[in-house]
Design a protein around this ligand. Structure first.
Ligand code: NAD
Length: 296
C-alpha cells in the first residue's frame, strides 16, 4: 500500500527531496510558510495544505526539513504541537540540521506518546537533494530506522544508523566541522601558492596526487576557474551558504563545550566563518572562505 507522506519545509533542500518522493510514486502532501514553494510542489504533483496540521492529517510518515531547532521543537512539541494531532502509527523523520539535544527533546516527547521518531540530517547539499543521492545520518530506535529506509532511499544513496536519538545530529555536526576545517586549509594552501605565482589548477592536481588530497580539492575546489560546475566558478552562488555553515559550526562548539571535547581547529574555523559572515558573505557558498585570505 502506498504510504501517505506529509512534507514540511520546502526550501533549497526540502523542495527537491519532496519532488523525488513524488517521482518514486509516494503520495505527498506538502506545507511551507512560503506560498511560492508550495505552488512549485503543486505543479510537480503534490497535494497541498494550508497549515501543518492539515498536511499531517492522514500521514503515515511526516518529514520535516526546517532551518533550526527552535522551529522544529515548536512544530512538534510547542503549543498545539503536531504530536497531539498525528495518527498513532505515524513515523516522524526530521531531516533538519539541529542540536542533538533539540532532536532528543522531540524524540522523548514522541516516546512518551508511543510515537516513532528519528533524526535523519543529511549530507550532500542541493545538487544531491535534486539527484536523490543524499547521505542520511540517522539516530533513533533500530526498528524506527528500518521503517524509515524505504522512504529515505527515494531521496538518498547512503543511509546510516549512527546510534540512539540525537546520534544522527552528532555525526552530522562532526562531519560538517571537519568539512569546514579542510575547506579552510585547502583555501589557505591554494591562496598561498597562487600568491607565489603558481597556477591553482596545477597546484590542485599536485595536491590531489599527494598527501594533501581531500574532498574539497577533489569535488569542490574553492579557487575560481579550477573546476567547472562548482560555486567558486559561479561567483560563489548556490551550494551551501556561509550562514548555514556558521550555524553548524556554532552547533559544533556547543557540543564541544557540553562534552568537554577539545576542538581547537573547529573553534578556529568557527571564528573564521563568523568573520567572513560579518563581512557580508553570509549568502555566498562556504568555499568563498578563500576570499578572506586573498589580497584585496
Ligand atoms: P531553506 O531556508 O532554503 O528552507 C527552509 C524552508 O522552511 C523555507 O522554505 C521556509 O519557508 C520553511 N519554513 C520555516 N519555518 C517553517 C514553519 N514553521 N512551517 C513550515 N515551513 C517553514 O533551508 P535549506 O537550505 O532547505 O535547509 C534546511 C535544513 O537542511 C537546514 O537545517 C540546513 O542546515 C540543512 N541542510 C542544508 C544543506 C544545504 O546545502 N542547503 C545541506 C545539508 C543540510
Amino acid at each position: 500500500m502506498t504510504q501517505n507522506i506529509a512534507f514540511i519545509g520546502l526550501g533549497n533542500m526540502g523542495g527537491p527531496m519532496a519532488k523525488n518522493l513524488i517521482k518514486n510514486d509516494f503520495k505527498v502532501t506538502v506545507y511551507d510558510l512560503n506560498a511560492h514553494v508550495v505552488a512549485d510542489l503543486k505543479a510537480a504533483g503534490a497535494n497541498t495544505a494550508d497549515n501543518a496540521k492539515a498536511a499531517i492529517k492522514d500521514a503515515d510518515v511526516i518529514i520535516s526539513m526546517l532551518p533550526n531547532g527552535a522551529i522544529v521543537k515548536s512544530l512538534y512539541i510547542g503549543n498545539n504541537g503536531l504530536i497531539n494531532e498525528v495518527k498513532d502509527d505515524v513515523l516522524i523523520i526530521d531531516s533538519s540540521t539541529i542540536a542533538a539535544d533539540d532532536a532528543r527533546a522531540v524524540a522523548k516527547a514522541c516516546e512518551r506518546k508511543g510515537i516513532a521518531m528519528i533524526d535523519a540530517p543529511v549530507s550532500g547539499g542541493t545538487a544531491a537533494a535534486e539527484a536523490g543521492t543524499l547521505t542520511f545520518i540517522c539516530g533513533g530506535e533500530p526498528a524506527h530506522f528500518e521503517a524509515a529506509k524505504l522512504v529515505l532511499s527515494a531521496m538518498g544513496r547512503h543511509i546510516f544508523h549512527a546510534g540512539a536519538s540525537g546520534a544522527g545530529q552528532v555525526a552530522k555536526i562532526c562531519n560538517n566541522m571537519l568539512l569546514a576545517i579542510h575547506m579552510v586549509g585547502t583555501a589557505e594552501a591554494l591562496n598561498m601558492g597562487a600568491q607565489q605565482g603558481l597556477d591553482p589548477k596545477v597546484m590542485s592536481e599536485i595536491m590531489k596526487a599527494s598527501s594533501g588530497n581531500n574532498w574539497s580539492l577533489q569535488v569542490y575546489n574553492p579557487f575560481p576557474g579550477v573546476m567547472p560546475n562548482v560555486p567558486s566558478s559561479n561567483d560563489y552562488q548556490g551550494g551551501f551558504m556561509v550562514d548555514l555553515m556558521s550555524k553548524d559550526l556554532g552547533l559544533s562548539q556547543e557540543l564541544a563545550a557540553k562534552s568537554k571535547s577539545a576542538t581547537p581547529l573547529g573553534a578556529m574555523a568557527t571564528q573564521l566563518y563568523q568573520i567572513h559572515q560579518a563581512a557580508g558573505a553570509g549568502g555566498k557558498d562556504f568555499s568563498s572562505i578563500l576570499q578572506l585570505f586573498q589580497k584585496k
